[in-house]
Write a new protein. Structure first.
Length: 358
């Protein structure tokens, strides 16, 4: 089958022929129908992260079950959203209602399948979804209605679940509270959408690309700002000089986390949603931490339980209460996926979605 393979940091992405093993006990073969181009995938190839290569990219996807291994209970023909962090339901974190921190998901990645020349193949976050098919554990799929458009279903597996969960579960934004969002990719735009649904006001969107202005306003922002030396002062002017109640950092860089800290009022909270690198340390003055009384925390996978929350989000998409249209910049075939990564690196659009023929 065909898949998008990264051979190493900085090397060109190529569509290659690869081989996957048949589904074993409790596993499923899923024919991928749509997969979103996420910044976490870009981090796998630009040097921010250090995965093992060769690597099939992709982790935000939806597809249809076409084969079930022994004992698997999801029927063939079921449309599913892929879950890149399936919970074991047995570790300390799972037993204490924190499945997004499941200890099983910290295990080292193992090869799965091989390239055409027999080289052991790795798959991104256990999925490798920029491929015509994936073989995954039954725990890594969430059934959704078959009539949900696959390009929208795919986004529920990462961007929408992560952004929505950061607002609803991690920060617990309440009506009337003020919000700033730094970084307007698919996750950042999902944060905006969820903040608007929560009744937040004002909602300040911040990005380096002026082209993101209309996307931000469509997703729910009341104001859009480009970063400059006066960013903090301009943002605070929208909240009577205090700063926002909640700042969401959706980039994953120490510099933008520090910016989010400066935008937040005393007693407010900074929620880091972006995945950063290990060589990018953050420095805050001890006196500032004490006197500002701000909270700094991260939101891993939106502090969400995908098995419960993905179906709920799917229902909201189905009944029209959750509009994902502002998030989708365009649909492309697998052969154009490398170009979509280039657009993502340049900050163009929100989510480019790779689609596969039925």
């Amino acid at each position: 089958m065909r898949a998008l393979v990264a051979r190493g940091p900085g090397l060109p992405l190529r569509v290659e022929q690869v081989r996957l093993p048949p589904p074993g006990p409790g596993e499923l073969r899923v024919r991928v129908r749509a997969a979103g181009v996420c910044h976490s995938d870009l981090s796998m190839v630009n040097g921010t992260l250090a995965p093992a290569y060769p690597l099939v990219l992709g982790h935000e996807a939806a597809g249809v079950v076409v084969e079930a291994g022994a004992g698997a209970r999801v029927p063939v023909g079921t449309q599913v959203v892929l879950n890149w962090a399936p919970a074991c339901r047995a570790c300390w974190f799972c037993r204490h209602d924190e499945p997004w921190l499941c200890a099983a998901n910290t295990a080292p990645a193992q090869p799965r399948g091989e390239t055409a020349d027999g080289t052991p193949l790795h798959v991104t976050l256990g999925l490798g979804a920029f491929a015509e098919e994936v073989v995954v554990s039954e725990a890594a799929v969430v059934p959704v209605p078959v009539d949900l458009p696959p390009e929208r279903a795919a986004l529920l597996g990462c961007a929408v679940l992560t952004g929505t969960g950061a607002v609803r579960n991690t920060a617990r934004v309440a009506a009337g509270q003020s919000v700033a969002v730094i970084g307007l990719g698919g996750v950042g735009l999902s944060v905006l959408t969820a903040a608007r649904a929560a009744g937040a006001t004002p909602i300040v969107a911040i990005d380096v690309a002026e082209a993101k202005r209309n996307l931000a306003l469509a997703a729910g922002a009341s104001d859009f700002l480009l970063p400059d030396d006066r960013l903090s002062k301009r943002a605070r002017a929208l909240t009577e000089g205090r700063g926002v109640d909640h700042a969401f950092e959706c980039v994953g860089r120490a510099a933008t986390i520090h910016t989010a800290w400066r935008l937040t009022r005393r007693g407010g909270a900074v929620t880091v949603v972006g995945m950063g690198g290990r060589d990018d340390p953050l420095s805050l003055a001890a006196a500032d931490i004490f006197h500002s009384a701000r909270t700094l925390r991260s939101s891993v996978y939106g502090s969400s339980d995908p098995d419960r929350e993905v179906p709920a989000l799917a229902r909201q998409v189905g009944d029209g209460t959750l509009d994902l249209a502002p998030l989708i910049s365009g649909l492309v075939p697998l052969d154009e996926a490398p170009a979509a990564f280039d657009r993502l690196a340049r900050g163009e659009g929100a989510r480019w979605v790779v689609t596969f023929p039925d």
